[in-house]
Design a protein around this ligand. Structure first.
Ligand SMILES: [Zn+2]
Length: 144
């Protein structure tokens, strides 16, 4: 198994809004050209000023665990071998106000803590249906 939740787990369906997130191999977050606000997940309109000129900017590679939940019961048969696992809410150091979800790969769920500094790592996964290579953002705990 090379992916956090198993190699059989569902892959994202790409569109113009999420392509940068799942294929760039970098943390690229949507940003408003008018007011410079960051937002994630991407939308057609800026949530701060309703501007419609949006771009994707890199925001560095680190963040902090704001919260997490430990999943003990598989919600899908394909996840039975993965439990227990933690789903972490990570605030991005380089994108003010943005929080993203992911798994912390190098910490057991019972060793994870709120405030833990993390660095992005990418699960590289070929997408046989879409013909793309995905780089799915995940997290590793780093020492503070
Ligand atoms: Zn804006």
């Amino acid at each position: 198994m090379s992916r956090a939740l198993g190699d059989d787990w569902t892959l994202p369906l790409l569109d113009d809004r999420n392509r940068a997130w799942f294929t760039s191999g970098r943390l690229r977050i949507q940003r408003c050209e008018a007011c410079e606000a960051w937002q994630h997940p991407p939308e057609d309109v800026c949530g701060s000023c309703q501007g419609t000129r949006l771009r994707f900017d890199e925001c560095g590679e680190t963040g902090r665990v704001e919260s997490f939940v430990v999943v003990h019961r598989a919600v899908h048969p394909k996840l039975e071998a993965s439990v227990p696992y933690a789903v972490a809410l990570v605030s991005l150091d380089g994108a003010q106000g943005v929080q993203v979800l992911g798994n912390v790969l190098n910490r057991a769920p019972d060793a994870l803590a709120i405030g833990q500094p993390v660095r992005v790592v990418f699960e590289t996964v070929p997408d046989p249906e879409g013909g793309h290579t995905l780089h799915i953002p995940q997290w590793e705990a780093i020492e503070s």
